[in-house]
Design a protein around this ligand. Sequence first.
Ligand SMILES: [Zn+2]
Length: 176
Amino acid sequence: MKNGVYMPNGKTHTKINIVLLFVILLSLHTTFMQTHIPPEYLEFDAITIFSLALIFGTYYLSPDLDIQSEPFKRWGILRHIWWPYQKIFKHRGKLHHPLLGPIIIISTVGLLIIAPIVILFNFKITCIPTKYIISLLTGIIISIESHIIADTIWTKTKRKSNKIKKKLNGFHTTKS
Ligand SMILES: [Zn+2]
């Protein structure tokens, strides 16, 4: 199926991910309140990095980078780094794979964006605390997985409703 028929559009994915972020933050808050952990143990900075990463991932690191999607266009001049994937993979191919998708997307950014910055500006990446890197990666991975799950559910329900429609149509035509 061509783009648009069997999948939620970009705006739907953005909405789903924002709602998901709120649900995660709310459940973190509830857990925190229930466990009576002193506020100084609250990893506020790590949670902020996680939230920003999830939002950034939603807008820029969507598996729909395999087509001329909104996230693809948002990259501006840098969008060319994703162009090979549109040529090699079909839409909803490797970039929509639950394991390969995040690996390919994250390593592309790592190799083509982060690595050159680190080398050019002699940036000490090892200075970044591990917990921040984990928060960052978790946020991005959740944004990608949520997209893949939404696409899968959407396709399944669409297929089912189409089957029912076909059956109903068949029923009507045989009747008349
Ligand atoms: Zn998709």
